[in-house]
Design a protein around this ligand. Structure first.
Ligand SMILES: NC(=O)C1=CN([C@@H]2O[C@H](COP(=O)(O)OP(=O)(O)OC[C@H]3O[C@@H](n4cnc5c(N)ncnc54)[C@H](O)[C@@H]3O)[C@@H](O)[C@H]2O)C=CC1
Ligand SMILES: O=C(O)C1=N[C@H](C(=O)O)C[C@H](O)C1
Length: 246
């Protein structure tokens, strides 16, 4: 018996790839494709819905899935503590339903976040640079925000002092955006897909952790892991790492 899957944002860059990957998987059946303006209804009878849409739409889509008793695998960015809590509240009255919201489904990006958090307490300085295609509508990337949050949490837990920075004057934006105190810089460049560098510095040495997605196929293995695993992970999971036994 195949697992019935619907894709929301099916006409988009990621949605098209997900439709193809689901269609090619022997154990999955693509039963619905939805995009802007479509009524989600019962999601064409899907057991799992995958959302790659836009930050403004994803919360409403996920709440709709949960209300329908449909598990959700979400790659769309733009999530906040408040919107995550809205999903948790919806799941509290649908206890069997699972939702995974992952800023990045590429294994290398998941590992980059983990390695960065492990390394963060050993270095005085840390900054994040994300580099993406220029059609991306949000900055900094969801992955960079999550990376910075994990770094900041690890440093706080270890009591690592604030990174040194003598800057007294400068142009707006020159030092990037601050995410939980960690500088995050965003580059938009034709030719790129999705890339991230974490730069760590201590006296006399630096460590650079870099991940490159050269093609959106890099996300598909993780998305399929999410689709196959979500029913076995009721409640809200943030990040693919919860499914990977990391
Ligand atoms: N978690 C991950 O591994 C990855 C996450 N992303 C994120 O996924 C999202 C989508 O990225 P792309 O596919 O590159 O964008 P895109 O702009 O190519 O596709 C978005 C699609 O969503 C549709 N859409 C907009 N509003 C909608 C609504 N209310 N209901 C249904 N469909 C709607 C659009 O018409 C479009 O077809 C972004 O937030 C991006 O940051 C992208 C790549 C990997
Ligand atoms: O928009 C993209 O392309 C990507 N979005 C995600 C993000 O914002 O982190 C994941 C990946 O970086 C590609």
């Amino acid at each position: 018996m195949s697992l019935r899957v619907a894709v929301i944002g099916a006409a988009g860059r990621m949605g098209q790839q997900v439709c193809r990957a689901v269609g090619e998987a022997d154990d999955l059946e693509l039963v619905g494709r939805f995009d802007a303006g479509d009524e989600l209804g019962d999601l064409a009878g899907a057991e799992v819905a995958v959302d790659f849409t836009v930050p403004d739409a994803t919360l409403g889509n996920v709440l709709h899935c949960v209300a329908q008793g449909v598990h959700a695998v979400v790659g769309t960015t733009g999530w906040t503590d408040e919107s995550l809590n809205q999903v948790r509240a919806a799941l509290a009255v649908q206890p069997g339903v699972g939702v995974i919201i992952a800023p990045n489904f590429a294994i290398g990006a998941v590992l980059t976040m983990r390695f960065a958090a492990q390394a963060a307490r050993f270095y005085e300085s840390v900054e994040v640079i994300e580099l993406h295609h220029p059609d991306k509508v949000d900055a900094p990337s969801g992955t960079a925000i999550r990376t910075a949050q994990l770094i900041a949490a690890a440093r706080q837990e270890a009591g690592t002092p604030t990174a040194p920075d003598a800057t007294k004057s400068g142009l707006d934006g020159a030092r990037g955006a601050r995410v939980d105190g960690v500088p995050v810089h965003a580059v938009r460049l034709r030719g790129l897909v999705a890339h991230e560098e974490v730069l760590l510095g201590a006296v006399g040495e630096t460590l650079t952790i870099r991940h490159d997605s050269f093609d959106r196929s890099s996300f598909m293995s993780g998305v399929l892991t999410g689709i196959r695993g979500v029913a076995g992970h009721p409640g809200l999971s943030v990040g693919l790492e919860e499914y990977l036994d990391l």
